[in-house]
Ligand binder design. Structure first.
Ligand SMILES: O=C(O)CCC(=O)C(=O)O
Ligand SMILES: [Fe+2]
Length: 286
């Protein structure tokens, strides 16, 4: 980590960032302690409002999702992701997906998060963060990733509906795969002092409501739901953790993968590797 970094006009002390990351890691690793208690209320709120009967039509917004010091650590963590790990995604999907452009990093599904927990450094910290969010809907398979929108980035109206094959469990060296559809979308915002005038606002097309990304808050909703992100107007990055809780469609998990490189995370990782390779070549490293 740099001793003092200048990030789009924000002075950040490397020491403060390192301390925030350490506090975040400590809290997240206490799975049976404070974190579990902290998330209990949030779990109830989300599960009752999104899974209750009749099916909820509302978007749930929750403030102060993490203790303040942990949220600071999560922001420091996302800022410390190396530039080459951020992959641009823009209208590259052949399935007629909505127009969009933003950067994503560290995509992970349920099994990838479990594997990441036994690694070290940034990968472990990010996995812990994803695991914490995953506990909000314990038992559901999921996919999460880090998001970064900079000037001009956006997503045009779309409803998030998609099906995918994800690895849901790891037993020994073998992953179990299942065909899933997105069921609940969650977006956790990590950018400070963001105004409507900065763009990058979440628009709910069902109601016309505008959600300005608010530091340490999340929104969640049932998929499908038409929404968009307005173009970011400032150079300052808009950071988020976003993803979906999934519903298994197949009759029981499929034990064997159909084809190498077919899961959503693998596709992303392949494009990420191409992207990193291009950068490494440009930088003249071997
Ligand atoms: O970041 C947001 O506010 C929404 C992101 C979104 O809609 C998506 O990634 O599908
Ligand atoms: Fe979306």
């Amino acid at each position: 980590m740099k001793p003092v970094s200048q990030i789009w006009g924000e002075k950040v002390s490397g020491k403060q960032e390192a301390e925030a990351v350490a506090a975040c890691n400590t809290w997240l690793s206490e799975t049976d302690g404070e974190m579990k208690l902290w998330f209990e209320d949030l779990q109830d709120t989300l599960q009752q409002s999104l899974l209750g009967s009749p099916k909820s039509e509302a978007i749930v917004k929750v403030r102060n999702v993490l203790p303040a010091v942990v949220a600071e650590g999560a922001l420091a963590l996302i800022r410390s992701v190396p530039e080459e790990d951020w992959s641009v995604t823009q209208n590259s999907l052949p399935n007629g997906s909505a127009k969009h452009r933003f950067r994503g990093a560290a995509p992970a599904d349920s099994a990838a998060v479990r594997r990441g927990l036994s690694s070290t450094g940034l990968e472990q910290s990010v996995s812990r963060l994803f695991q914490a969010f995953a506990s909000l809907m314990a038992g559901s398979p999921f996919t999460f990733q880090l998001g970064r929108y900079t000037q001009g980035d956006f997503i045009s109206p779309h409803n998030d509906a998609a099906q995918m094959e994800v690895s849901t469990e790891t037993t020994g060296k073998r992953d179990t795969y299942a065909t899933c559809s997105r069921d609940i979308a969650v977006i956790f915002y990590l950018t400070k002092s963001w105004d409507e005038a900065d763009g990058g606002c979440f628009i709910d097309h069902a109601t016309g409501d505008v959600y300005v990304p608010e530091f340490n808050s999340l929104i969640a909703f049932r998929v499908p739901r038409l929404h968009s992100v307005t173009p970011v107007k400032v150079r300052r990055p808009r950071y988020s953790i976003f993803g979906w809780f999934l519903r298994e469609l197949s009759n029981g998990p499929c034990k064997k993968r159909k084809q190498k490189g077919t899961t959503e995370v693998e596709k992303f990782q392949q494009s990420d590797r191409r992207h990193s390779k291009a950068r490494v070549q440009r930088q003249g490293r071997s």
